[in-house]
Design a protein around this ligand. Structure first.
Ligand SMILES: NC(=O)C[C@H](N)C(=O)O
Length: 484
């Protein structure tokens, strides 16, 4: 069952080949048996999952089922779930149970999806390897000595290891696409504002966006169909009509114009990863696409710009965790200042503390113009590069990440080399554009992701372009040994 697509699972559920309760028990059994190897889940919510599966079975019997009714999924532990702990990968929220569901959670529940549990992640989504989690690193199912990427590493590993049919993720600088690439799955970060951020714990609010991690573009389309849309509770939510993503999958891609930014194929890119990407692009040429060389001249500045803007917003967003209202509170504080200081020092891990300090510094009087304001100006230049590129091409392609999955521990002492994992993904967030990662031919048995970037609100085209590749290749179907 775990290798079937969402469309196949939905068809089986309708024909009563098995019930949603049976399917849910099957996944729960796999999680119990296999997840101790991976640490992909922080919380498994077996009881509510089985109750939701029973409701789904009743809806299926009554003929009231939608495409996701009874399909078991997982949520990144950054989405608030009423009654189920939401830790955000942090000691700060180790015992936090939200009194409400995030809009994305609410929408998927309304569509009948069953939630198996909450997936591990880098603390407050800060990281590219899942090693900053308070709950310990996640292992990559393709090689358990390596990282799964991050910050949505638990979701990526759970999808790759068939411990759920699909999962939610969030992407601030690459957190859906990079782990999708490193775990050999399909991930889509929609346009900023496409999915509601309400109830999604904030890291950098002008960049954060929810999206989908699945085994194929078709599966992702089914989930995004239900997740996307305007939400009046999120002031940055986009009031733009949502097309039917599943309907668009089979569109013809002949004469598709693909832009290859020269900056994405230069120094820093592993040669064999680059060759795998070039092979995938040749496949697109065989499908009738036209290749255009383009330039995104300001994209090399995206990592430094991000590491001013994201920490600045993080330092402001994370100020709310003060030990007073909710979150970790230190024992026996002497006075209010002691309460703040110790609660925050004990509740936040090293990477989160580093970002709060960088952000506070960048926003402080006297430095604001030199850092934050300058970064915002360059952010506009980066967005302008894309605007010009999309006058010439329909989509942009390149590698998602410069290397395959690296060994656990390899980059933890060197934050800059960790940050460079997102060299190809961050510009998309700064511009607010949608991006995807899809698996291509692996290198030494380790997955490689092709990144596809689209114009604003062009998710339907991204999913269509990815689906057409997956129609003629089988990389997305490969399962890691031991998790088939
Ligand atoms: N949240 C993200 O998109 C991940 C990015 N690597 C970061 O550490 O900020």
């Amino acid at each position: 069952m775990q290798n079937k697509s969402i469309a196949q699972l939905a068809a089986d559920l309708r024909l009563r080949t098995y019930s949603s309760v049976e399917l849910t028990r099957h996944y729960l059994e796999r999680i119990e048996r296999l997840d101790p190897r991976l640490n992909a889940y922080v919380t498994v919510s077996a009881e509510p999952a089985l109750a939701a599966a029973e409701r789904a079975d009743r809806a299926l019997k009554a003929g009231e089922a939608g495409p996701l009714t009874g399909i078991p999924i997982a949520h990144k532990d950054i989405f608030c779930t009423q009654g189920i702990r939401t830790s955000c990968g942090s000691r700060m929220l180790d015992d936090f149970i939200a009194p409400y569901d995030a809009t994305v959670v609410e929408k998927l529940a309304a569509a009948g999806a069953v939630v198996l549990g909450k997936t591990n992640m880098d603390e407050f989504a800060m990281g590219s390897s899942n090693e900053t989690s308070f709950y310990g690193p996640v292992k990559n199912p393709w090689d358990e000595t390596r990282v799964p990427g991050g910050s949505s590493g638990g979701s990526a590993a759970a999808v790759a290891a068939r411990l759920c049919a699909a999962a939610t993720g969030t992407d601030t600088g690459g957190s859906i696409r990079q782990p999708a690439a490193l775990c050999g799955i399909t991930g889509i970060k929609p346009t900023y504002g496409r999915c509601s951020r309400w109830g999604m714990i904030a890291f950098a609010s002008s960049l954060d966006q929810a999206g989908v991690m699945a085994r194929s573009a078709a599966d992702a389309a089914f989930i995004l169909d239900e997740m996307a849309g305007f939400d009046s509770r999120d002031s940055t939510s986009a009031d733009v009509p949502v097309p039917d993503y599943v309907d668009a999958l089979d569109n013809d891609i002949k004469e598709l114009r693909i832009g290859l930014p020269k900056e994405y194929f230069g120094e820093g890119l592993d040669g064999r990863v680059g060759a795998a990407i070039q092979d995938a692009i040749k496949e697109y040429e065989r499908l009738g696409a036209e290749i255009v060389e383009i330039s995104l001249p300001n994209s090399p500045l995206s990592v430094p710009v991000y590491y001013v803007v994201a920490p600045a917003e993080c330092s402001s967003n994370l100020a709310r965790f003060d030990g007073v209202r909710y979150g970790h509170r230190c024992e026996d504080p002497k006075d209010l200042e002691d309460l703040y200081k110790r609660s925050r020092a004990e509740g936040f891990g090293a990477e989160v503390q580093r970002r709060i300090m960088i952000g506070t510094y960048a926003l402080s009087a006297g430095y604001y113009d030199a850092y934050y304001l300058k970064a915002q100006k360059i952010r506009h230049l980066i967005a302008d590069d894309f605007r010009r590129a999309f006058e010439q091409v329909d989509v942009i392609m390149g590698p998602t990440s410069p290397t395959t999955a690296f060994p656990i521990g390899a980059k933890m002492d060197d934050p800059v080399s960790m940050y460079l994992n997102d060299i190809y993904t961050i510009a998309t967030n700064l511009a607010g554009l949608p991006g995807m990662s899809i698996p291509v031919e692996p290198v030494d048995g380790l997955p490689v992701g092709l990144q596809v970037i689209g114009n604003y609100f062009d998710e339907a085209r991204l999913l269509n372009v990815a689906h057409q590749y997956q129609h003629v290749t089988h990389w997305h179907q490969a399962a890691p040994a031991g998790f088939e």
